[in-house]
Ligand binder design. Structure first.
Ligand SMILES: [Fe+2]
Length: 254
């Protein structure tokens, strides 16, 4: 039962009539380094607390606050996106906008690559993959081979119906191969699009594979600022070095 109160920025509280709804507390299932960075509810957690606190079994009405309209790109099929953001808020243990914006940029950049390469891929699934792609790092290590496997399992556990929209193998490739330094020749074009987007993200738009308009990429970085991402990535690095160093030696970024 998610019941603890979460304070909200005044401008958000004033912009909504949802203040009487049940608030949620994000799940702190993270390693100690995560807690070092945590001083309060993340932007996503605060947003989720106010707007997406409805039980997941009853799809929430899509009513975005002005800032969340920017966070969750809309289409006719975005009923799942508030739920994805809500799940992200529950599982992310980082304050600030850095991690949240990193994931949203990955979605936006992946869509740009897919459009440029004319890859047909479900927008909501792409959003789910992008928002969950690093969440395995915030989960306790178990028998899973890597944090990417934990990210995949978490997405499947939370959004099984969403995952069914794409082929299992393609879904797995998108989640497990997106951080590879080099292309995996046999993987799907969708997975390669995610991998390219990760590189565009980590080179801050310098690398664009000759596909993307510089202004379009810069626009993504401007709309979702980097914020405290460097601090989060440093935390990811130490978590990985300590728990699964082979992930790094296999040539993986975050
Ligand atoms: Fe990442």
């Amino acid at each position: 039962m998610r019941a603890a109160a979460v304070s909200l920025p005044r401008r958000l509280a004033a912009a909504t009539s949802f203040s009487s709804r049940t608030a949620i507390t994000p799940n702190l299932g993270c390693d100690e380094p995560c807690r070092r960075l945590r001083r309060g509810p993340s932007r996503a957690a605060a947003a989720g607390a106010t707007f997406f606190a409805a039980p997941l079994e009853s799809p929430p009405t899509v009513r975005y606050a002005p800032n969340l309209m920017d966070l969750a790109p809309k289409s006719d099929t975005t009923a799942l996106r508030p739920r994805v953001l809500d799940a992200f808020a529950r599982h992310s243990s980082y304050e600030g906008d850095g991690f949240l914006n990193h994931c949203i940029r990955l979605f936006e950049l992946t869509k740009l690559v897919m459009e440029a390469e004319q890859i047909d891929f479900d927008d909501d699934v792409a959003f789910g993959i992008a928002m969950f792609h690093d969440l395995g790092l915030t989960m306790p290590r178990d028998e899973s081979p890597s944090y990417m496997h934990r990210s995949l399992r978490l997405l499947q556990d939370e959004f099984g119906e969403l995952c069914e929209k794409v082929d299992d193998t393609v879904l797995s490739e998108c989640m497990l191969l997106n951080h590879r330094v080099f292309p995996v020749p046999t993987c799907s074009s969708a997975a390669e699009a995610f991998r390219k987007a990760v590189w565009i993200e980590h080179t801050r738009g310098i690398k664009r594979y000759g596909l993307l308009d510089k202004a379009a990429v810069q626009d993504v970085f401007e709309r979702y600022p980097r914020a405290n991402l460097d601090k989060v990535l440093l935390d990811f690095f130490w978590i990985t070095v300590r728990n699964e160093p082979r992930t790094i030696t296999n040539g993986i970024l975050f």
